[in-house]
Ligand binder design. Sequence first.
Ligand code: K7E
Ligand code: CUA
Length: 671
Amino acid sequence: MKVKHLKKYFLPFILLAVIGFLLVAACGGAGGETDAPESAAVSGDINAIASERGLTPADIEAAVRTYTPTGMHDEYIMFASGGHSGQMFVIGMPSMRMLKTIAVFTPEPWQGWGYGAQSTMEVLDQGNINGEEIRWGDTHHPALSETAGEYDGEWVFINDKANARIAVIDLRDFETKQIVKNPIAINDHGGTMVTPDTEWIIEGGQYAAPLGWEYASLDDYAEEYRGMVTFWKFDRESGRVQYDQSFAMELPPYWQDLCDAGKLVSEGWVFCNSFNTEMATGGVEDGNPPFEAGASQRDMDYMHIINFDKAVEVAQAGQVEMVADFPVISMQTAIDEKLLYFAPEPKSPHGVDISPGGEYMVVSGKLDPHVTIYSFDKVLSAIEAGGFKTDDYGIPILAFDDVVEAQVEVGLGPLHTQFGPDGYAYTSLFLEPAVARWTMGGEYEDLNEDPPWSLVTKTPVHYNVGHIATAEGDTVSPDGKYLVSLNKWAIDRFQNVGPLLPQNFQLIDISRPGITMPLLYDMPIGNGEPHYAQIIKADKLDPWEVYPEIGWNPATQSPDPNATLAGEERIERDGNNVEIWMSAVRSHFSPEHVEINEGDHVTWHITNVERAYDATHGFALPGYNINISIEPGETATFEFDATHDGVFTYYCSEFCSALHLEMVGYMLVKP
Ligand code: K7E
Ligand code: CUA
């Protein structure tokens, strides 16, 4: 061990000694002269409390670094995928307090998401498949919108791996505004990632199927089955994916896994890793190798290197084929127009991550103890030089040695890599399980004192880490400071809650260089299995406190024609159609009586006329499956057929005031 490492090693202890001294001094000053206390808790003596609870000095330091007293806000906000909850989690850091679950693909009653409110039903219905209501998702990769490669805090996107859908969330109100079903793929994985100015959202495929998932026998896998990557055009002005301007690229039926957009020097290129270039089709029941073995035979799979700027030109020039009414650049066009290249990558990789300056692509082979670092410069030179081998589909393969810059042996089961500001990269090691810190060379070499392209240290995690996220760690200027390890297994970390265990987010301090990388906090996630997360500086977010005007429609982010101000409440009947304009304010709905007839079709608008921060009203209508959250200023609309007669009490389902229980009304349905 080098001397400088020794110094670094002792730094935390010196720091602890100082903290300890300050704490003791503070306690002494406050009440040190009183009679001998009966217990540490009574005395307020920090050291006594710590020893009573069995806390080590490292525990105390971790507590001091993370404890966030009431009213103090977090420095960072993490947007984490919600796994099969179909949602997205918003978590403050370093406190690791859950701030919100954003309802995305799955109905969520508190937010009134999917329980009648038109603005929410319409978004969920955009994700229907063949007329089937799909009311869950397997969210994997959130992507914050970027401007010049920096998170800008305006939008966040996420994919649904199960059904190949992506969602658009507006960070003015943290609500989902759009769900887009991929027309050519039934599942996805390599999304969402954005280009550095969020002009495009990338959605890569996963398990190959015929494009449009039309029937084809597995015997015809090589001919009929295909991979794909879709590029969704995003328009900030409307806040929507522009379906008509989007396109896809046909790829071989290798299982494209994760993608990332080039940035700075590599802007205009897109990279995706893949596995199962063996084209295994499973069928263990028929004596074939199971997928896990069949897809792991070859030493190399292929990183896909896509000249994206050129692909856009080709698509816009109309050099596409229509598949399910969606423009697709065929493999042959991609080859002819020099849009697509492969670089061999070792052993069933998972993840491709682009360095902050865009110079390097980092790939981890799940079955290889190294991270492999490719140089974008070398890729360009190799493409320039030509003379490639090709795969069976004619796609050019760059020679491994021509494009690899370095390999770093990091440990067992490397998966995903993130970056710091100081030339460090971090890779999750699923099998160890641990998080490795290693050094980048080249442009990054002088940013720390450790030798380039080398492993520096590892911190064990609990257990079996998938993705990791560092603060702004996939932008052009990572912040470092914190790393969250998104662990799949929790095992013994928490109280037993039965055979289905929570996942474990572990917060790691990466603020100090060298070998010091302590664990700070465990946060159980008892709601779906998160995959990726992104962490943004909290002050980049600027959401509304209340909707801008009374009568706001969150779906259009503009005033609603059915806004109902106080004094405008009314019920109108036209034949069997009844329309209600209602207001909500602490602590009453107007009107409080709604009398209708069985068989009526009811259209009901409610406007929350409050301007007070946090003065949300709920609206629950039993028996009709209606539950709505009406935030200050919002106008919500729902419709139903009055198919059941009887007496139905509607009430406010948010405890909004002392007389909240009185915020109620009767809907009388005459037989
Ligand atoms: Cu779970 Cu990015 Cu979908 Cu790796 S992925 S862990
Ligand atoms: Cu309004 Cu409770």
